[in-house]
Design a protein around this ligand. Structure first.
Ligand SMILES: *Cc1c(COP(=O)(O)O)cnc(C)c1O
Length: 395
């Protein structure tokens, strides 16, 4: 062979990677496998891979080296038996739930949830004949809400946006007493602060878009299961619904995870200082942060979190209906509907993450027009405080 256009197609193709496998050194970091499919030596090989007689990849919706590599990290840091990576946090949540329920089943969920999860539970699952009971389960009392058809219990380690911390150990104990599964969204805490599987949960979910990614440049999700069997069940459903991650994003996530401890500790240390500053400020009505001893969640946080780490997320009510004005006065930090990047950012839950909660429901929970949500970044704490002090002064 060897004419011009054929060279363009076949020189340096996947066979080059095969030759690399036989060299005496290895890349220090894992290369990105941007390949939708994998080529076999012969028909026998494809049969061996499908029948688990040989290791090998087939098609990247089913499995890809970069996704497997990042799964290995996630399973290890959450103390799970297996992890799955998805194209977004919502893909992780919806696919995992759909892998566990069928028509006629019921879910018991915390009344305080990320807005997208609430939307899925309240407005999508009923279309499939799955009902969801929303209840105050923070203190672990779930017995009165369990029905004959309840299959699982769902909550968040640090609930958005009021930063309340449920008693996971007690919820887990009661969930298992009924023979049900406990799923926990650990996005706001990250495994640096809390490991829900160690506290008794069966599956941990993440929007890896947030602290795991940490640089505001990827959209990814993850599910980590306590048992290999559960991981396998979720993996099968993921392959069918197809909400998988791109290998390039998975690679970026693996890169970001190398600094997870350093980042989350600094986010958390800065947030504690900012929360203390806000609590002492005359124009602030109320601060929601479990690191403050005044917080109703302080005891649960101290007993379940790593020492002195309470996360980088704070909410605060600004006095005199000045929340919107305050957001406008902050110049250094962007106002946007996400969190957990390197920069401090502000969000306004009633207009963003909790937009689709009915207004009466929001107010009943305490998610109000006065409330600003802070994602505290990696800047110098003194500079973050100075910026807020100056914005509050002008109100
Ligand atoms: C952002 C977020 C999600 C959804 O994740 P995406 O990556 O945006 O799909 C789920 N749970 C929590 C707590 C979140 O903050």
């Amino acid at each position: 062979m060897a004419n011009f256009d054929t060279h363009l197609i076949h020189k340096g193709d996947g066979q080059f990677a095969k030759a690399l496998n036989k060299t005496a050194s290895v890349a220090e970091t894992l290369p990105i496998y941007l390949s939708s499919a994998f080529a076999f030596d012969d028909v026998q090989s494809v049969d061996d891979i499908y029948e688990n007689r040989a290791n090998g990849y087939i098609y990247s919706r089913a499995a890809n080296p970069n996704i497997d590599a990042v799964s290995e990290i996630l399973a290890a840091i959450e103390n799970g038996a297996g992890a799955l990576v998805f194209g977004s946090g919502m893909a992780a949540i919806t696919t995992t739930i759909l892998s566990l329920v069928k028509s006629g089943d019921n879910i018991l969920a915390s009344r305080l949830l990320y807005g997208g999860t609430y939307d899925f539970f309240a407005h999508e699952l009923p279309k499939f004949g799955v009902t969801v009971t929303f209840a105050d389960i923070e203190n672990g009392g779930i017995d009165e809400y369990i029905k004959e058809n309840t299959k699982l219990v769902y909550t968040e380690t640090i609930a958005n946006p009021l930063m309340s911390v449920p008693n996971i150990r007690k919820i887990a104990e009661n969930t298992h007493k009924h023979g049900l599964l406990l799923l926990i969204d650990n996005t706001f805490a990250s495994p640096v602060i809390a490991k829900p599987l160690d506290l008794g949960a069966d599956i941990v979910l993440h929007s890896a878009t947030k602290y795991l990614g940490g640089h505001s440049d990827i959209l990814l999700g993850a599910a980590v299961a306590k048992t290999g069997e559960l991981a396998k069940q979720i993996r099968r459903t993921e392959g069918i619904y197809g909400g998988v991650a791109s290998p390039q994003d998975a690679w970026l996530l693996a890169r970001s995870l190398r600094t997870l401890s350093l980042r989350v500790k600094k986010h958390s240390q800065n947030a504690l200082k900012v929360a203390e500053f806000l609590e002492g400020h005359g124009k602030i009505e109320k601060v929601f942060y479990s690191g403050l001893s005044s917080s109703p969640s302080h005891e649960n946080a101290v007993s379940q979190f790593e020492p002195n780490l309470f996360g980088g997320m704070i909410s605060a009510n600004i006095k005199g209906g000045a929340a919107e004005k305050f957001i406008g006065k902050v110049e250094l930090f962007p106002f946007l509907p996400s969190l957990a990047g390197t920069s401090t950012t502000l969000s306004y839950s009633v207009k963003t993450s909790h937009r689709y909660y009915e207004k009466e429901k929001r107010e009943e929970l305490g998610i109000t027009d006065e409330q600003v949500r802070f994602s505290i970044g990696l800047e110098d704490a003194d500079d973050i405080i100075a910026e807020f002090e100056s914005a509050l002064k002008d109100l």
